[in-house]
Design a protein around this ligand. Structure first.
Ligand code: TRP
Length: 452
């Protein structure tokens, strides 16, 4: 059967760990979390985000891995097989189906932002940032956004990088690359943090991020924090499920999850500190939105010794982090086309690539030509895709996965995968079956005005 011929496994538990960490660590940590902290009022958001990671993200990451490993199939077939095993409706397969589409919707804007990062490698290398000030840096960024053709060039470049790897299969080259690149990213980040500490206003940054002001917590910021916990850990659409399906039996799901969640979260918070120290020292607006890192970090690089070199290296590493994430966004849909539609992997990759590329074109136009055009609730194409996926589709996907594993699967089957001590298993069950569904459900109900 072709299905068996195609289905491979990770070379070792390290490969899984690195690939999943590679999926989790991406633009979500370096680009999105910092600006969301600013837009949502700072410390209160950080606190809610951390609570979401610990009480919802970690248990649900375990859930998603266990579903994938038990099923040993792409999310669509996998959910169908698990439903058959549990003797419940096969319609659960649509949970996998919606997830595959969600991944493509995310990549539609992820690739455009990935393109911004690629363009910044170039700008850093040619010395654009040397001695730059806040206003110049903002002007540079705005000039990039104003040019559809430049954005198109870099978006296309990013899509080619992504689909090129997917077409070949998640090769050991990329798995190994993570091994070197993620630690390297941390190192440069520490240099950046050191620089920010010496010239930036670390005191204000820390206060902004870690001194909770509960008055600033609003239902919308809680929903954004919850959505971002899913986004940052790559949960709710099947990336982690499909990676889990390539995982061997003998690996501890719990340990792997905790390790990944901790580095993922630490990375985001460190970038946030480095950035806000510069924001305060340069009197830049805290709530400047998606352009934040592109406006602040060049100032740091522009004034550091060897700044062009370190800046170039930094954006290269960010591009790698984004690349290892974007691959995981298309893997569920690719695996489905290969395993169900008997497509060649490379044809599947190109079909998906062209579709997502077109979607990306509408996203990049929303920063210039179509800026004023609203899709829904006053949001443009980029904002619609971002909000729809992060705040609705991912939390709902996670909610249904939790319900399935908690209430429909046999307890013994779940425990076979998790293989935890009784106490740890009870803890997982409590968070998966009760805490996470109530948290996600309550946020939605509140938002739709059902409870006040
Ligand atoms: N987690 C990645 C980031 O932080 C993005 C990502 C990859 C993702 N796969 C995902 C987000 C699946 C949601 C679902 O950049």
């Amino acid at each position: 059967m072709s299905q068996h011929a195609e289905r491979s496994h990770w070379g070792s538990r390290w490969s899984f760990m690195l690939a999943t960490a590679g999926s989790a660590i991406g633009l979500g940590n370096i680009w999105k979390l910092p600006y969301m902290i600013g837009v949502n009022g700072g410390s209160a958001f950080v606190l809610v985000f951390l609570l979401c990671i610990f009480f919802v993200g970690i248990p649900l990451m375990m859930t998603e891995i266990l579903l994938g490993r038990r099923a040993q199939k792409n999310p669509f077939n996998g959910m169908q097989a698990l439903a058959a095993e549990a003797r419940v409706s096969r319609s659960w397969k649509y949970l996998g189906g919606v997830g595959m589409i969600t991944g493509l919707l995310i990549l539609g804007f992820y690739s455009v932002i990935g393109g911004w990062v690629l363009s910044y490698i170039y700008y850093a290398a040619v010395g654009t940032f040397t001695e730059i000030n806040g206003a110049q840096s903002t002007a540079n960024f705005n000039a990039l956004l104003a040019s559809p053709l430049t954005l198109l060039f870099w978006h296309t470049f990013f899509m080619l990088l992504t689909m090129g790897v997917v077409a070949r299969g998640v090769n050991s080259g990329l798995e190994k690359a993570n091994n070197i690149l993620i630690p390297a990213l941390f190192m440069i980040l520490l240099i950046l943090l050191g620089y920010s500490m010496s010239v930036g206003d670390m005191h204000l940054a820390a206060q902004f991020m870690f001194n909770p002001d509960f008055g600033k917590i609003t239902p919308v910021s809680v929903l954004s924090a919850l959505g971002h916990a899913f986004f940052s850990l790559s949960l709710g659409m099947g990336s982690v499920m499909v990676y889990g399906s390539y995982l061997q039996r003998n690996v501890s799901i719990a340990c792997t999850t905790i390790y990944i969640a901790l580095i993922d979260t630490a990375l985001g918070l460190l970038v946030g500190l480095a950035i806000y120290a510069l924001v305060f020292a340069n009197h830049l607006p805290v709530a400047s939105g998606p352009g934040l890192i592109f406006q602040t970090l060049p100032i740091a690089f522009g004034h550091m010794p060897a700044g062009s070199f370190i800046g170039t290296l930094f954006f290269i590493l960010v591009a790698f982090a984004a690349w290892t994430s974007s691959i995981s966004l298309v893997e569920p849909a690719t695996a489905w086309l290969v395993e169900n539609k008997e497509m060649k992997r490379s044809s599947a990759a190109w079909l998906i690539g062209i579709t997502v590329w077109l979607l990306g074109v509408t996203v990049l136009l929303s920063f210039n030509e179509w800026k004023g055009i609203d899709i829904i609730f006053g949001l443009n194409v980029f904002e619609t895709l971002d909000k729809l996926t992060s705040t609705i589709l991912l939390p709902l996907g996670g909610l249904f996965m939790a319900i399935f594993a908690g209430y429909f699967m046999r307890k013994t089957h779940v425990q076979e995968e998790l293989n935890l001590s009784n106490r740890a298993f009870d803890l997982w069950r409590f968070t998966n079956n009760i805490v996470a569904p109530i948290a996600i459900g309550a946020v939605f109900l509140y938002l739709f005005g059902v409870i006040h």
